[in-house]
Design a binder for this molecule. Sequence first.
Ligand code: BES
Ligand code: ZN
Ligand code: ZN
Length: 503
Amino acid sequence: MKVEFIQRDFTTIKADALVLVLTKDDVGGKKAAELSRLISKFPGEKSHLERALAASGFAGDKEEQMTVYSLAKYGAAFLVGTGDESQLSNEKLRRAAAAGIRAAQLAKAVSVIVATLDSVTEETSHYEVVHSLLEGAILGAYKFDKYFTLDRKNSKVDTITVALAGVEASIGKKAAKDAELTCEAVYLTRDLCNAPANEIHPEALANVAANMAKKYHVHSRILDEKQIRKLKMGGLLAVNSGSARPPRFITLEYKGNPRSRDWYAIVGKGITFDSGGISLKPSAGMAEMKMDMSGAAAVIGTIQALASLKIPVNVVGLAPSTENLPGGRAYKPGDVVTTMSGITIEVDNTDAEGRIILSDALHYAKRYRPKAIIDLATLTGACVVALGHHATGMFGTSEDVMAQLKEAGEKTFERVWQMPIFEEYEKQIKSEIADVKNVGGRWAGAITAALFLKKFVGDYPWVHLDIAGTAMLEEPADYSPRGGSGVGVRLLTEFFKRIAAQN
Ligand code: BES
Ligand code: ZN
Ligand code: ZN
């Protein structure tokens, strides 16, 4: 996809479609004169557009949409409202641009101009207006259609241009490039989540990570089964034992700030298919468990985003990866597993496998003496029960890191919500025969899972993000279609931009 910024107003450019994002003030309020002035520059179109506007009663209300056909420069114009200008936000711009681009895509447009009145940019920063419009448009245009070979491959938008005469070219171009690179990383993460488990198995996931690393000059090391055995990653090996495919342990070192010795570690759960193992899941909905590597995919996407945007910070991405299957050698309820840290786990349910593989990855992360460890995992159904699909569950020991993640979440609208990890919950995961048990009973399942992970981070500042409800959407959201959302990439990229700015 080609993404660009042009410092011109939309009336001067030709494309298949125009997406025009308008506030209420632009249409009927104090800015109406400017809209009218701009429209009057459309050669011979003034009356046509003005009549259409008047006849439709389009007022620029939030989520209001209108289509105007057969203009001279555009096959169609899609007008999308954002409501009161005083209430305008980055998120409203993203959603409006996404609604417009989807309408344009349905109308088979391939090149699309996205614009708003320049007046919008008086109140919001120019950089953010361009960035948000493009994020919404690019993410909204995403389709996972690589497996359609017959007649269902529809046309796709391949050029998105933001046109705003009032934004300085250097600012607009920088915002467009940043949005493009960020969204490319989100696309990678979404593609990995949406890919079926016969395509993205642990070796394939590791190959994608290694190829990404090569392309973006990130140092990668992929540990194979032999090396994993040598490191005594007993958790990863136990979960892997029921699968015919070997495990992988992915490490990606992005050194964006060579002058600093500070490292941050991001750790992602990479179960490429979770059948539940011997504690088999019911068949209904099991296919969804191809996305149980969303945490790993978010780690790979985040490293790509940081590297392509050249954010000056040092981040290591870690992702243990295996299938969780009930093969003849599979680990079983009642087994006791010794992890790399030496801590022993009583396996009560083989479907609580994510925390078992993460135990080794969190312990491994300590090698970097990280300033903080942040893990992402589709860890518990309980988190989905608690928060649904609109917030990621956040647990941790560092109030400071959590506060910054919360801010990054508001900014990117990949919102997180803190949950408690009171020590009183801990007795639920006490084992009679080992150091810890891998399930904590019926209540507070997301919390007991977090407390399990906490045992493996030692004294390092740590935050756990349970993305079980936010990584894969059952229904399309504003700029994410059904399926992989790519959650975590924009959140962590924004988080590390903030860390870099503090250095
Ligand atoms: N991968 C699942 C969690 C999950 C559920 C992710 C729904 C996305 C959507 C995880 O491995 C799992 O099976 N967890 C169990 C834990 C239980 C056995 C303690 C669960 O949540 O039911
Ligand atoms: Zn499971
Ligand atoms: Zn799982």
